[in-house]
Write a protein that binds this ligand. Structure first.
Ligand code: AP5
Length: 220
C-alpha cells in the first residue's frame, strides 16, 4: 500500500506517519529526514541540498527524484511505504506516479493534514528533536520528561535549523505558493482521500485517523 501524507510544515506528517507505520507495518519515506541525514553525514547529496534545506526552500525536483527512487528500490519498501513530505510539486507528483507505475503500483490513499498558520508557527517554534534517534517532542504539547533530554536515549535535544521563526514563516510561504496548488490535483485523483484537521491533541488526531482507516477497510 502506498500512502501520501500531505500538508503544511508542522501539520503532523511526521507524527501521524510514525503512527501509521506502526499500525500498517510499512516504512515511512520522510524526504526531509533523509535530506537532513545526508547533510549530517556530509555525503555528496548532503552537500548539494544543504543550502535549500537550511533556507527552507524546496530542493530541485530532479534531485528529489533520485532520493525517492532509491528509497522505493530498497528491500524494506517492497510492501509499500508512507510518503511524508513528498510529493511537494506537480512535477514530483507525476514523478511519483511514474516511479510507482514502473513497479506495477499506484498511490492507494492520500491523507491531507490541515492546521492553521498560527497553530503551526506556535508548534514549530516549540518542537525539539533528538539528533541521535530522531524522536520528536514539543515543549508545549508533547514534552520530554526532562526538558532538555530525549526520553528514549538520553541525548540532549536540539531545535531544527529551519525551526527558527523567520524560516518557519518562509517555509509556510513556500508551502502556500508552491505546494498547496497540488491539493487540487490530488483531490481529482481516483484514490481514497482523507482530510484530517490536526489542531486538537495528538491523541485526538490518532483516534480520528484510526476511525477513518477502519471506515475505509484499511484497519480493523
Ligand atoms: P520536512 O522535514 O518534510 O519539513 P516540513 O514539511 O516543513 O514538515 P515538518 O517536518 O516541519 O512538520 P511535520 O508536518 O512532519 O510535523 P510534526 O509531526 O513534526 O522538509 C524540510 C525541508 O527539506 C524542506 O523545507 C525542503 O528544503 C526539503 N524537502 C523535503 N522534502 C522535499 C521535497 N519533496 N521537495 C523539495 N524539498 C524537500 O509536528 C510538528 C510539531 O507539532 C511536533 O513538535 C509535534 O509534536 C507537534 N504537535 C502538537 N500537536 C500536534 C498534533 N495534534 N498533531 C501533530 N503534531 C502535533
Amino acid at each position: 500500500m502506498y500512502i501520501v501524507l500531505f500538508g503544511p510544515p508542522g501539520a503532523g506528517k511526521g507524527t501521524y506517519g510514525r503512527k501509521l507505520s506502526q499500525w500498517l507495518g510499512i516504512p515511512v519515506v520522510a524526504t526531509g529526514d533523509m535530506l537532513r541525514a545526508a547533510i549530517e553525514e556530509g555525503t555528496q547529496l548532503g552537500e548539494r541540498v544543504k543550502k535549500y534545506v537550511y533556507a527552507g526552500e524546496l530542493v530541485p525536483d530532479e534531485i528529489m527524484r533520485e532520493v525517492v527512487k532509491q528509497a522505493l528500490d530498497s528491500e524494506t519498501a517492497k510492501n509499500g511505504v508512507i510518503f511524508d513530505g513528498f510529493p511537494r510539486t506537480l512535477q514530483q507528483a507525476k514523478m511519483l506516479e511514474e516511479l510507482l507505475s514502473e513497479k506495477g503500483a499506484h498511490i492507494d490513499l492520500i491523507i491531507e493534514l490541515d492546521a492553521s498558520d498560527d497553530v503551526i508557527i506556535e508548534r514549530l517554534s516549540s518542537r525539539r528533536v533528538c539528533p541521535k534517534c530522531g524522536a520528536v517532542y514539543n515543549l508545549r504539547t508533547n514534552p520530554p520528561k526532562d526538558d532538555s533530554k530525549c526520553d528514549v536515549c538520553g541525548t540532549p535535544l536540539v531545535q531544527r535549523d529551519d525551526d527558527k521563526p523567520e524560516t518557519i514563516k518562509f517555509r509556510l510561504d513556500v508551502y502556500h505558493k508552491q505546494t498547496a496548488p497540488l491539493l487540487e490535483y490530488f483531490r481529482q485523483q481516483p484514490v481514497d482521500y482523507l482530510v484530517l484537521n490536526t489542531e486538537g491533541t495528538i491523541e485526538e488526531g490518532e483516534k480520528k485517523l484510526r476511525e477513518e482507516l477502519v471506515n475505509l477497510g484499511i484497519l480493523r
